[in-house]
Design a binder for this molecule. Sequence first.
Ligand code: ATP
Ligand code: MG
Length: 386
Amino acid sequence: MHRAAPVLTNKNTTIDIRFGEESFIAESERRLIPEDWEELYDYIKDKRNGYTVMAIGNVDTGKTGLITYLANKLFSDGKKVGIVDADTGQSDIGPPATIGLGTLEKPIIHLSEAKLVDAFFVGNVTPAGVLDRSITGTYRMVKEGKQRGYDVILIDTTGWVSDRWGRELKTMKYMTIEPDLVIFIEKYEDELLHLKRAITGLGASIFEVSSPPRLRIRSREERRNIRFNLFQREFQEAKEISIPLDSVGINYGFLGTGREPSKETKEVLMNILGPNLPYVEESEDALLLLTETKLSSTVINSLKLLLGKREIINVTKGDIRHLLVCFTDKEGHYLGLGIIIDFDQASRKLLVFTNTKEDLISNMQFGHIKVNLNGVEEGKFSPWMV
Ligand SMILES: Nc1ncnc2c1ncn2[C@@H]1O[C@H](COP(=O)(O)OP(=O)(O)OP(=O)(O)O)[C@@H](O)[C@H]1O
Ligand SMILES: [Mg+2]
């Protein structure tokens, strides 16, 4: 995994840096810590009481570098600093698919060294399709940072700053979280004018800073590899546990939220599917059918009509296998991720590969990405697939 760290020294400083084999030092004629970063620090350094700062910038503009710089400076000035990592794809704090809350207990070189305090699972490695969860998660992590008494809370965000949904995401985040300060980090003037136009009329305080030179640009492949390492780390010491679905709360999914189908429902099902019914769960709004192979859309549509259900969810064991899930405790705090291995329909138990301590689990959330037991991503799906 390649990582770059800017170092700014005074003229007469001796630095001792130890590297692995492929590493190197590159000198830069231009400052890697732009002067306006220092001005920004001066502006926020005396803030207290959960002063919230949200950084907005395109991909690879140095958002995470800036947050790391500010967090370190605040920490060495004796401040309690919280960092909300709302970048679910390139998570530095907390595993991928989560929005992490971290704090500093020592100076750090990379944001990933911040101490994980809590996390919020959004279910996928991009906010696409789950903007509401990304906003709610960021809000909750900021709120928790305030409750924990951090002087300053820094929010790192994804680089999704364009198109209607990028605009929607950033605008709603601003409206929900109401940060005290929004930092715009731009490679060139007015790169983010459209977002400034979206929030300045609402009274936002904004601070514009430059993107440092010599940034490494990461390819999609490299980003996926970074996630692979993160998932691998998450499941390094995982083991199989068995979760009785009736003993946990369930979010983001239908499986485990229903009951035995009624006699009437069973009759309709038998008329259409024959006498050997698959595993079925019925809820007021939904019917979940776990079948060997997918049912045709004609069958699904007639079931919808005949049963008056808004949702007919048809999944196969193959759909469920390797699906990413998350466990929380009874206060909704993050415990760990899991990968579904199997579902035993007779006992309504899920077999899950996880690091999480079983006795703390109170709630489970279904993701919509698949990851195998070695941490390799196998595919993404729409939310609410199971
Ligand atoms: N001040 C800096 N000078 C030089 N390189 C930097 C600086 N800050 C960060 N970098 C390096 O540049 C790359 C991109 O920076 P960074 O991760 O901060 O950008 P980002 O905007 O957060 O990217 P993303 O959109 O992927 O979250 C990283 O490899 C990082 O180590
Ligand atoms: Mg980043």
